[in-house]
Design a protein around this ligand. Structure first.
Ligand SMILES: [Ca+2]
Length: 261
């Protein structure tokens, strides 16, 4: 009986050990699952770390690029500063250049004026060398050969002029002084008009202003045949009307028109 009891006890013990082993097996199983889960977690963490590393690398690259840009901008800024420093000197040079330019233009204008005056003097000299006298903007030719009034006017026209008009007291004075008491036809006539005096060069005849230039008692239209005027006396009152067919010396007048340079 003891033996049976012993066997029973032993069987009980065995069963207990088998149970324990079984419980251990289950625990090991559970733990294995935990280890597997932990492995997945570690992998995930590793992946996150990789991502963070790549972000950091990108940031570093960005910072390097930004630094390069900043250096370039700094160099540009220094170049701008250098240029700024040169501006006052450039401005001074520009001022100098403008003032020199103004002087050159002034000289240019002076030269042009001198050139004009020389050209005019040359024109006048040429006319004078051909026997013309210059007075206040006109040339006058005092003939040495007497002609009738009409032939005299024809001669003047052939020389780009007309028998002279007298438009002012100073002109009258110039003419009678140059005439020196000899008789000279002037361009005053009433031929072809109805008794009115007119200047043959189309200067308007001022009857009132001109009254002081006639010799007292003239014009007397002697013989009803005196239709042309001449300078007869060396005085302000020097005009006489005479027959246009008389042959007298004569005075041509041509306005001085400066030739273009
Ligand atoms: Ca008369």
């Amino acid at each position: 009986m003891r033996t049976i009891s012993n066997v029973k006890n032993n069987a009980q013990l065995l069963k207990g050990r088998v149970d324990n082993i079984s419980a251990l097996g289950s625990e090991i199983k559970r733990n294995r699952g935990g280890v597997e889960a932990t492995g997945i977690q570690v992998q995930k963490v590793n992946a996150s770390l990789d991502h963070v590393r790549s972000q950091i690398w990108k940031l570093e690259t960005g910072v390097k690029e930004a630094n390069a840009q900043i250096q370039m901008l700094t160099r540009s800024w220094e170049a701008v500063n250098d240029l700024n420093a040169q501006i006052p000197e450039l401005k001074r040079n520009l001022d100098k250049a403008s003032s020199i330019n103004a002087k050159v233009q002034g000289l240019q204008t002076s030269l042009e004026n001198i050139s004009k005056v020389l050209k005019q003097q040359n024109d006048i000299l040429q006319m004078v060398s051909q026997g013309w006298k210059y007075f206040k903007g006109n040339f006058y030719y005092f003939s040495q050969v007497p002609k009738t009034w009409y032939s005299a006017q024809q001669f003047c026209v052939s020389r780009d002029s007309h028998l002279t008009s007298v438009a002012s007291e100073s002109e009258q004075e110039f003419l009678y002084k140059m005439a020196g008491g000899l008789f000279y036809w002037i361009g005053l006539t009433k031929a072809g008009s109805e008794g009115d005096w007119y200047w043959v060069d189309d200067t308007p005849f001022n009857k009132v202003q001109s009254a002081r230039f006639w010799i007292p008692g003239e014009p007397n239209n002697f013989g009803n045949n005196e239709h042309c005027a001449n300078i007869k006396m060396s005085s302000l009152q020097s005009w006489n009307d005479a027959s246009c067919d008389n042959k007298l010396l004569f005075i041509c007048k041509r306005p001085y028109i400066p030739s273009e340079p």
